[in-house]
Design a binder for this molecule. Sequence first.
Ligand SMILES: NC(=O)c1ccc[n+]([C@@H]2O[C@H](COP(=O)([O-])OP(=O)(O)OC[C@H]3O[C@@H](n4cnc5c(N)ncnc54)[C@H](O)[C@@H]3O)[C@@H](O)[C@H]2O)c1
Length: 271
Amino acid sequence: MGIGIAEVFAAGGQDVKVVEISEQVFQNAMSGLKKRLQKRVERGKIRQEFAEKVLKRVRYVPDIRELVDADLVIEAIVEKLDVKQNIFHELAEVTSPNTILASNTSSLSITSIASAARHPERVMGIHFFNPASRMQLVEVVLGAETAPSLAEQVKRWLKELDKEPVIVKDTPGFLVNRIARPFHLEAYRYVQDQIASKEQVDRIMRTAGFRMGPFELQDLIGIDINFAASVSVFEGNFYDARYRPHPLQRQMVEQGAIGRKAGRGHYSYEK
Ligand SMILES: NC(=O)c1ccc[n+]([C@@H]2O[C@H](COP(=O)([O-])OP(=O)(O)OC[C@H]3O[C@@H](n4cnc5c(N)ncnc54)[C@H](O)[C@@H]3O)[C@@H](O)[C@H]2O)c1
């Protein structure tokens, strides 16, 4: 997801610095981006020179201190509150007081993430959808302490990138991930009740007009990420039974069948 967000900004003419756990992980993500851009060149959607410019604008930096003069930092690491809080604590220490610090979290509380930072007023949510380069919607989330002026600034930047920003409340799952919970969770229950197979559910939902069925969409999102979102919407709503996650989600995470990125999930992607 992080490299997709970097692509959006680079395609909009911005220089992007990426911090990863290692340069190798970054290079793997870059070769994925290179392949995707190449396909678009071959299909005549973009020019070769444009693809090269996008790639040149994205570069790896080994240390978050190199983000000191960034206008905007967008965090897109694991969906775990304590891990994100640690990063925001560190980001607030090392960046300039004018840097806007944003999380791409799908479902965690922005207020809670921001509480770990020395400047919670400059922490907000900027939630892209997968694949970031193609999905227009971006949820803009203000935490309880976020300076309201940031919303207009960030909306302006996102519009310049041809995105459709919407301001949503800092509630568990924001808007899309909350409304999408039954789409994902009822699908598990439907299959468990042996009413239909995963393939049938996906095919019928596509025929009904959805771009993807729930199982193929989960494979794209990452079953680990979708499970984390399910858990945090459930917990955030004080264990309301309507949002109860499904045991098969956890089992698939435990067995490493987490979707396309692992080569297997609800479907197999092994070459
Ligand atoms: N996958 C989606 O469809 C999707 C959509 C919208 C939002 N999100 C959100 O984006 C975030 C990332 O999701 P993802 O699917 O890309 O997860 P992922 O597990 O595929 O990728 C996370 C990346 O973060 C890196 N990372 C972990 N700790 C780090 C650290 N301390 N410093 C630098 N890099 C670190 C990992 O190496 C990995 O490359 C989550 O908060 C998720 O909720 C995901």
